[in-house]
Design a protein around this ligand. Structure first.
Ligand SMILES: NC(=O)c1ccc[n+]([C@@H]2O[C@H](COP(=O)([O-])OP(=O)(O)OC[C@H]3O[C@@H](n4cnc5c(N)ncnc54)[C@H](O)[C@@H]3O)[C@@H](O)[C@H]2O)c1
Length: 442
């Protein structure tokens, strides 16, 4: 099939590469010249495991190419995916500026029947808006399909190639047949292609992300309660998750969810509710709990040092800047909030991350109190405390003795519960985590 994917970000780029990998002819379109130039040389502008290999292979065999020309992308393909960003607007709603700009371009350049597919996460009613926008500009026939994406950054290729399910909202049987054909290679293990009406598909994405965010916020509240009642969230989590009605996924407590999806999608769902006069109280609480949770470790830090005034002049090492491991994405990352608070109180911060230093530097802007270290050990020099913000695997079994020699004080604030409490205790650290009893220095 001839496919164009507009938007070469975390979703569009992965989708374009994976469609090409299954034998389709794919054009990736992006407005960002620098990005397209890099992609043309098979250099990935983002860190996503496996992506560079996929790009190299499919660029080489000419099944995939990139351009800044939407005109070319529209004229040469039959199926056009819209995979541009839908950031949060001031009132919480999804900002559809980019989506509708692309729709205008499609309407302007259409030269025959096209199937337009909304892959961006967009609120109910967007397919209709995209349809109206295009219809004003062309006499050609077309259909608009909703096909929300469920991939996870860090495992995006695998998620795209082997999804749990594919959700498509279609206006006709013709569009349903086309989507079934397109996705057939990805559901060979009998995973379903769920064909439904367009509003249901649009809502499924927001409802799914909000459900996952709800589990995270719920567990964070239970973790906070554990600390007060002397329970251990690890035991409670396993006790809960082994119930087959509950399951283990998304039960890990921490310093709050971040990323480009959960925060904005929960907000956008709340906004849709408001527009239709439905007060989504659970979603509102999920957001509130998450905002507070991003500060839980800051409160522990302040308490440990004896008050906010004592933070001034202290040096903190930070392990992990990305909102989760195996990505360089720092959008809404808890590290942004935590480092912001430490700096505000007058601390110095030396941060490290295996992939996200550059993206963090851009997001946080240059700051005289924040510097970056090449490795996680380099940032420990003369640190008064270590704060772990991302659960990268390489942080799980550190050399505690080496760390102690570097640090001014043996104190660890583990926002992701990745260290073994007994092991930390054995090495004589003061250790704080989430929902588990603190460890006193030996
Ligand atoms: N990142 C994820 O994990 C994820 C997962 C599922 C769904 N989504 C959704 O997918 C959509 C895209 O997310 P993302 O993370 O890939 O965003 P992103 O910001 O990484 O990428 C968006 C890309 O679109 C390009 N773009 C913007 N306007 C354009 C235009 N007019 N023409 C061509 N290109 C344009 C930008 O230059 C950028 O490269 C969002 O709606 C998001 O909610 C994201």
């Amino acid at each position: 099939m001839k496919i164009t994917v507009v938007g070469a970000g975390y979703v569009g780029l992965v989708a374009a590469a994976c469609f090409a990998e299954s034998g389709n002819d794919v054009i990736g379109v992006d407005v960002d010249d620098a990005k397209v130039e890099k992609l043309t040389k098979a250099e990935s502008p983002i860190y996503e495991p496996g992506l560079t290999d996929l790009l190299k292979r499919n660029l080489k065999n000419a099944r995939l190419r990139f351009t800044t020309s939407l005109k070319e992308g529209v004229e040469l393909s039959d199926i056009i995916f819209i995979a541009v960003g839908t950031p949060q607007d001031e009132d919480g709603s999804a900002d559809l500026t980019h989506v509708l700009e692309v729709a205008k371009g499609i309407g302007t350049y259409m030269n025959g029947f096209k199937t337009i597919v909304d892959k961006s996460t967009v609120p109910v009613g967007t397919a209709r808006k995209v349809h109206e926008t295009i219809a004003k500009l062309t006499k050609h026939q077309f259909e608009v399909v909703s096909n929300p994406e469920f991939l996870k950054e860090g495992a995006a290729i695998d998620d795209f190639m082997k999804p749990d399910r594919v959700v498509v909202g279609v206006p006709s049987e013709r569009a349903a047949k086309l989507m079934r054909e397109l996705y057939a290679p990805y559901v060979r293990t009998n995973k379903p292609i769920l064909v439904m009406d367009v509003p249901s598909a649009e809502l499924t994405k927001y409802a799914s992300n909000s459900m996952l965010a709800t589990r995270v916020s719920f567990m964070n509240e239970i973790a906070n309660l554990c600390e007060k009642v002397g329970a251990d969230i690890d035991s409670v989590r396993i006790g809960m998750g082994t119930d087959s009605r509950i399951g283990m996924a998304f039960l890990f407590p921490g310093i709050g969810y971040g990323g480009s999806c959960f925060p904005k999608d929960v907000q956008a769902l709340i906004r849709t509710g408001k527009d239709y006069e439905v007060d989504l109280r659970i979603a509102r609480s999920v957001e509130d709990v998450n905002a507070d949770q991003k500060l839980v470790m800051v409160h522990k830090i302040v308490k440990h040092y004896g008050g906010a005034s004592q933070i001034k002049g202290k040096t903190f090492a930070i392990w992990g800047l990305a909102f989760k491991p195996r990505t360089d994405d720092v959008r809404e990352a808890p590290a942004l909030k935590i480092i912001g608070e430490l700096v505000r109180m007058g601390a110095k911060v030396v941060a490290s991350d295996p992939e996200a230093v550059e993206t963090f530097r851009q997001a946080f802007k240059e700051h005289s109190q924040v510097s970056y270290a090449f490795s996680n050990y380099d940032c420990l020099n003369q640190a008064d405390g270590l704060v772990i913000c991302t659960e990268w695997n390489e942080y799980r079994q550190p050399n505690f003795e080496r760390m102690k020699q570097l640090m001014r004080a043996a104190v660890i604030f583990d926002g992701r519960n990745i260290l073994d409490r007994n092991e930390v205790a054995r090495h004589g650290y003061r250790y704080y985590s989430i929902g588990r009893p603190d460890v006193a220095a030996a």
